[in-house]
Design a protein around this ligand. Structure first.
Ligand SMILES: *[C@@H]1O[C@H](CO)[C@@H](O)[C@H](O)[C@H]1NC(C)=O
Ligand SMILES: *[C@@H]1O[C@H](CO)[C@@H](O)[C@H](O)[C@H]1NC(C)=O
Ligand SMILES: *[C@@H]1O[C@H](CO)[C@@H](O)[C@H](O)[C@H]1NC(C)=O
Ligand SMILES: *[C@@H]1O[C@H](CO)[C@@H](O)[C@H](O)[C@H]1NC(C)=O
Ligand SMILES: *[C@@H]1O[C@H](CO)[C@@H](O)[C@H](O)[C@H]1NC(C)=O
Length: 464
């Protein structure tokens, strides 16, 4: 008699649990989702995510040049196991991923110097291209003590995404520990953002087609958010380092539910952990404090930057009380922001605003919030929950220097022999022979070992 009862109980409990989780969470499942553990012979699972070994890729929807698999001889105990192996390339090489859904893709490249007698990190220096974009030039793998993750948002309009590794042509090599290629949600990069400078605010169109590099992703007044706790497996770092002065402001934590809504920021744009903490300015008397909170981010000049600021009113006691101004590089970017109206009259509902700024001659990018003429006494007069700063490709299509992908590819003429017309091939051959003779004459051990290295070279040849 008791058993059916318990069954019903268990069943209804399961039902309520599943409806509860469906209500609070629908997990994003990307169409393209490649996680590759480079140089590894076995798959590696990190935070419930399986990084596929690239040593045997038969049947996989990606392929790569052979290169050399390396294993860390003294693994760093604290680091994730994906950093224990790397694939090393001594000549231009690539990973090719089949793309099933066109649009923005997140590309993450993981690097950490391996401690291996077969790998002298001093000799690693290389360029990296993603499709037509230069993402890294003259990158040296020397002394990367903590794992380094470079993240890019790349618009893909063809069936392939190709990551190319091009060693500097001077006995150097390239390496990579892991690669992620993941379709981004449609709303992650908008078509238009507001271009802000000292003279005017206007629309910046075609944003989605630009290549972006995430340079800062900050959880204001909150802890570090790891890929395990982020809807798109991102990392958000705390803001302490970038806060210019905390004077007159305070940090806030909200224990309630963040109310994501259609048309607003989705959980993929920013997770709960980012929206449930904030730094605020509060008016505690009949007057409005004349202060701003400012965060300063060192940047490299000569690029435009996309600044995304995340807001969520977790501080006001009721709607219609929070008005403030938003500044980027000291210029008014959003006047009298009414967070209640922006979040469709719902408290604890997220909103974000995108601004494009010109980084010409800039070495620090600042964002600030502070009271506006509409701010009210005894209320919150400024708030920020999170901020992301992304570098935009320059006119050469590059995120790292004034050089285009084509000229980097051409730095290794022999890699292109396959597509050259026979006449040019003959010329190349002649040039090659004369170069070879020159090399012989100046008998340089390094450059000889370079040209001799076959693709699947045995480990001993890699040492210089
Ligand atoms: C690399 O391994 C060697 C040999 O075990 C060790 O002496 C050295 O400290 C290690 N270096 C690093 C950076 O871990
Ligand atoms: C790489 O560095 C070398 C020497 O520092 C410089 O001459 C070259 O222009 C750089 N290449 C690129 C693509 O930035
Ligand atoms: C995930 O977030 C929870 C609560 O915010 C925290 O307790 C936990 O340590 C986080 N886990 C990781 C792996 O970051
Ligand atoms: C308030 O309005 C005045 C006049 O329009 C303007 O000069 C001032 O900058 C405004 N103050 C703020 C904090 O927006
Ligand atoms: C980024 O690169 C594309 C070409 O890939 C180019 O059309 C675009 O103008 C570049 N963006 C900027 C801001 O220069």
């Amino acid at each position: 008699m008791e058993f059916p009862c318990t069954n019903v109980l268990v069943f209804s409990l399961l039902l309520s649990l599943s409806s509860l989780s469906a209500f609070s969470y629908s997990v994003f499942s990307p169409v393209d989702n490649y996680l590759v553990d480079c140089g590894s012979a076995v798959d590696t699972t990190v935070d419930n995510r399986r990084f596929v070994a690239d040593s045997s890729t038969s049947g996989a929807l990606f392929s790569h040049s052979s290169g050399i698999s390396l294993r860390n001889e003294n693994p760093f105990a604290s680091a994730s196991p994906i950093y224990d192996t790397a694939r090393v390339f001594t000549r231009p090489s690539k990973y090719e991923f089949e793309i099933r859904e066109k649009g923005t893709h997140m590309v993450r490249l993981h690097f950490q110097t391996l401690n291996s007698s077969r790998f002298d990190s001093f000799h690693s220096q290389f360029h990296v291209l993603v499709n037509d974009h230069v993402v890294l030039t003259n990158f040296s793998g020397d002394n990367i003590l903590n794992p380094r993750v470079n993240e890019y948002l790349i618009w893909v309009s063809c069936e392939k995404l190709v990551v190319r590794f091009i060693p500097i042509r001077n006995s150097k090599f390239a390496f990579v520990n892991a690669i992620e290629v993941i379709s981004a949600p449609k709303d992650l990069v908008p078509v238009t953002a507001q271009y802000v400078n000292s003279e005017k605010n206007e629309n910046f169109d075609g944003l989605a087609e630009q290549a972006l590099e995430v340079v800062y992703r900050v959880n204001v007044a909150g802890p570090k958010v790891t890929p395990y706790n982020d809807t798109l497996w991102r990392t958000w770092i705390p803001d302490n380092e970038y806060l210019e002065s905390s004077f007159g402001s305070k940090s806030l934590y909200f224990g309630g539910r963040i109310k994501y809504r259609k048309g607003g920021a989705s959980r993929e744009v920013g997770p709960d952990n980012v929206y449930n903490t904030a730094r605020v300015i509060q008016s505690t008397s009949d007057s409005i404090p004349e202060i701003k909170i400012t965060w300063a981010f060192p940047v490299i000049g000569g690029y435009k930057y996309l600044v995304r600021m995340h807001f969520c009113d977790i501080a006001s006691i009721s709607l219609g009380l929070l008005y403030f101004n938003v500044y980027v590089n000291g210029n008014l970017a959003y006047k009298d922001l009414d967070l209640s109206a922006a979040s469709n009259y719902m408290l604890a509902s997220p909103f974000y605003a995108d601004f494009v700024v010109d980084g010409d001659g800039l070495d620090v990018l600042t964002v600030s919030v502070g009271p506006s003429n509409m701010s009210m006494a005894h209320a919150i007069v400024g708030i920020l929950n999170g901020v992301e700063i992304m570098k935009m490709n320059n006119s050469m299509g590059s995120l790292d220097g004034m050089v285009c992908a084509g000229s980097i590819s051409r730095s290794w003429p022999r890699g292109n022999v396959g597509v050259l017309v026979p006449l040019v091939a003959v010329v190349c051959l002649l040039v090659g022979i004369s170069l070879g003779m020159q090399r012989r004459m100046f008998s340089n051990k390094d450059s000889l070992s370079w040209s001799k290295l076959p693709v699947d070279v045995s480990e001993t040849n890699v040492k210089h």
